[in-house]
Design a protein around this ligand. Sequence first.
Ligand code: HEM
Length: 472
Amino acid sequence: MTNIAEKKEKWAEAADLMMSKKISRKLLKPTLINFIKRTYSTEKPLAADRTYSTATGLMPGAYDEDIYEYTKEEVDFIPKEYSEIPGPKELPIIGNAWRFAPLIGNREFLSTLLRPLIEGFITKMENMLDEKNELPEYFLSEIYKWALESVARVSLNTRLGCLEPNLPKDSEAQRIIDSINTFFWNVAEVELKMPVWRVYKNKSFRKYIGALEDFRTLCLKYINQSMEQMKEKNYDNIKEENISIVERILRKTGNPKLAAVLALDLFLVGVDTTSIAVASTIYQLTQNPEKQQSLFEELKKVLPNADSKVDVIAQENMPYLRACIKETLRMYPVIIGNGRSLQSDAILAGYKVPKGVNFNIFVLFISNAALLQVLCEPKPEKFNPERWLKSGTAQFGCPSQQKKIHPFISLPFGYGRRSCLGRRFAETELNILLAKIFRKYKVDFNYGSLSYKITPTYVPEQPLKFKLTRRN
Ligand code: HEM
């Protein structure tokens, strides 16, 4: 048998093994956990060489040379714990942001910046309600605009005007959102499938490049504006929270190129991810009114009235809200799987897997079926936030069986060195916005069940016409 045929056969066997109902729980549990742990512990993202050859090379102007070399000062600025992570040579399109993870991870800073935008968005939602108190069909795109405004505020200290009513279709903010969507619709086709575009520039490729080019041009305009304004500023009298991430990087490194690349990264990955997570969590709570009521009881205690401030301390006192978000992302992970490329030979589930093999770890499958069934809760299809709540013994309990839930059951933000850098950013956005909505309104959805599609984010297909009823 040829090497390839042999490998294929082994992998088919491995897949059968994982799916087989006959397999004993004893064997499946350690095998799957080991499988995930081993693959996540590798550091190189999937298809890094291809991502490099397409995305970077095709974003003219974003990088002056093909591979950006860091100066000594920039390298020194990189916090120690991140310095050994492979840099942009590995994954240029989102390869730089991780170096500044601490800057996008401070909850106090994020909460202060994001709260006013959330207040503005809630007012906008109220103004969008129709005579049945329902939000419009295009509500998801309104969430996108809010998320875009948030990224712009934090990374560039810029307001794009996305919260204005009736943002024109040809406005710059709308065009940024459209280009992000087009990018995501075509990224899998261009980056992960056979690279037909190397010989023939097909439609997906042209759209993909067009979107990236549009996106880059628009974002760079705001980045340059931000840099111009910096020249006039006296930072002695400016509070830390009013200094954007881009400004901080520029002040520290004096390198506009580095700042621009980081901002582009954040715009590209920070908009639709959070938006879909918001949409899915609201939807789940409409489908489970008793859970929505439990959430309201919690929120009423922490936020005495609808206008109470959702600061960091308030967020810490909302375990049920966090459990609702976690449970939603278990059932509907926005990113359905993660990729890794093995950096050394490994033995997985008894099979020798050679260095260089690419993996897709299907979070959607794992968190909905296999692990959950084997390890803990027999009903993965049920929305049950309680399964994530700490029990009296301060363990993550599975109430029905008094067991700990294995942390790998749900990995919506990935795992390890290349896990999501915007996690705190996203969690802060979700905590504040959802707390505000569910403290103020009872939310219903009167149009049956939503179905989901993969674009490649996991997104609801039907209009989100949520009904809002004001609470006391
Ligand atoms: C609910 C919202 C979000 C979800 C579910 C999510 C999920 C993910 C996942 C699954 C990965 C890949 C992790 C891995 O391979 O282990 C990732 C990477 C990343 N995310 Fe997020 N994300 C979200 C929001 C954000 C936001 C708001 C930002 C920034 C503003 C962001 C920035 C990043 C960056 C920079 C990476 C690449 C990290 C690297 O390659 O080292 N994400 N995210």
